[in-house]
Write a protein that binds this ligand. Structure first.
Ligand code: GLY
Ligand code: MN
Ligand code: MN
Length: 435
């Protein structure tokens, strides 16, 4: 759980960065209609969640920095007994102050009148345009109205600046409490992967395994942080495979890429294991190569290293291994230089992880790969994917897709593997599946 005091600290930090004379606006995510009066499951906008923890739609957070500190104002839906009868308890303006630590709270309907007043004497508005066309127009309208007032005695805002740069840099460095939540998110996902390994048998379907994952997530107060990928055999070579319907064949591998979302924070884990519990010779050879690449890449996820170092560490091991196995031809330096490894390893080795599965934060600064620092969380997920029709390799390799993905915290010391609860060596996986 992230405490109210931590949300308050984040808001203060953001207001300090924005500075006096600015005003910050962050809107809750809109509800989305699935059809008629049925909505998609609601997920709060991560920036909004990060700054206040409120999970309701129809809300807007306004931060008004002052010389010292500043004011947090929430516009939200008033409690409504009729609506609560259908949808359950609402926070309301009183709850926004009492439970969410706001300095002031007003009904969302009042924003139209109060927000323009709040914009007076502010030089800069921090707000991410492009998420809500209607509100963008409204905001620009208020600004031009203020600027056009005759003989005005107040300053009107001169610019609307994107908030993402400042806020997303804050989100990149995880606090102790955030890491606690992310550990739990990874623990639950790890348990789901273990369960999948334990129940998997030839003849089951990908859908049945998918259901087992959901069982563990739901039982532990989690949702999925993205649609799980459950791909048997060559389906594993389709990077975003989500159909999850086919039967699992004896002798095939199964790739599962599934993560939980706990208290808003994502985990993202991939394991690839044999449907019948035993890797074949070629499967094992490729698996151990991907594992070696992953371990080497994780070892590079250290403070002071660069983002690209992690990827290149994996690329070097994979390339050397593919040359040794005869999957790639030619010489090592040439394969790296000409990027021939991309024939079988197309994606990057990871991404930031946090409230979003592909979390926010820059990967480059001033055109250079970013230096890793303590508190950053990233995935490390090398893979190899050999299409079933790939004629350039021996038959035994065709149709094998393997990825191994863990969630890593950069620390002052050794990299912390949040997802260590799910086995990944051949011996560990075969023994769990045999048990
Ligand atoms: N599950 C999405 C990814 O691994 O990036
Ligand atoms: Mn990932
Ligand atoms: Mn993944």
């Amino acid at each position: 759980m992230i405490k109210s005091s931590e949300y308050q600290k984040r808001r203060k930090q953001l207001m300090r960065s924005a500075g006096e004379g600015s005003i910050i606006i962050v809107r809750a995510a809109p509800e989305r209609i699935r059809n008629n009066d049925v909505m998609y499951p609601y997920r709060q906008r991560s920036d909004f969640l990060y700054l206040c923890g409120l999970r309701e739609p129809g809300a807007m957070l306004v931060l008004a920095p002052e010389k010292r500190g500043g004011k947090a104002v929430m516009f939200c839906r008033e409690r409504d007994p009729k609506r609560e009868m259908w949808d359950g308890p609402m926070v309301g303006t009183e709850g926004a102050v009492a439970e969410y630590g706001m300095d002031e709270a007003y009904s969302i309907e009042q924003a139209e009148q109060r927000l323009p007043e709040m914009l007076q004497d502010r030089e800069r508005i921090y707000y991410d345009l492009g998420q809500d066309h209607h509100f963008d127009q409204e905001l620009i309208g208020w600004v031009s109205e203020l600027k056009g007032k005759p003989r005005r005695k107040f300053q009107a805002p001169d610019e609307i600046i994107g908030l993402d740069h400042m806020l997303h840099d804050m989100r990149l460095y995880k606090s102790r409490a955030e890491l606690g939540v992310m550990r739990q998110s990874a623990r639950v996902a790890a348990e789901a992967h273990c369960r999948a390994m334990q129940v998997c048998r030839p003849g089951m379907t990908e859908g049945q395994i998918h259901a087992e994952l959901l069982h563990t997530f739901t039982a532990h107060h989690c949702e999925t942080s993205y649609l799980p990928i459950v791909g048997g055999g060559a389906n594993a070579c389709v990077l975003h495979y989500i159909a999850n319907r086919d039967e699992l064949a004896d002798g095939d591998l199964l790739l599962i890429d599934a993560g939980a979302e706990y208290d808003g924070y994502a985990s993202d884990i991939t394991r690839t294991f044999p449907v019948n519990g035993k890797y074949s010779g070629p499967q094992r050879a490729l698996y151990e190569l991907v594992l070696a690449a992953q371990l080497e890449a994780i070892d590079h996820a250290r403070a002071g290293r660069q983002w690209d170092d992690v990827h290149m560490a994996a690329v070097r091991v994979l390339t050397r291994g593919m040359l040794d196995l005869g999957i790639l031809k030619g010489d090592f330096d040439q394969a790296i230089e000409e990027e021939t490894y991309k024939q079988f390893y197309v994606h990057n080795t990871g991404h930031w992880l946090g409230l979003d599965v592909h979390d926010v934060g820059e990967y480059q600064i001033d055109g250079h790969s970013r230096e890793l620092e303590p508190g950053m969380v990233l995935t490390v997920e090398p893979g190899l994917y050999i299409h079933p029709d790939e004629r350039s390799v021996r038959k035994q390799w065709r149709g094998i897709g393997i990825r191994i993905e863990d969630d890593i915290v950069v620390t002052r010391d050794e990299p912390e593997v949040l997802s260590k609860g799910v086995p990944k060596t051949v011996a560990e996986i075969e023994s769990l599946m045999a048990a």
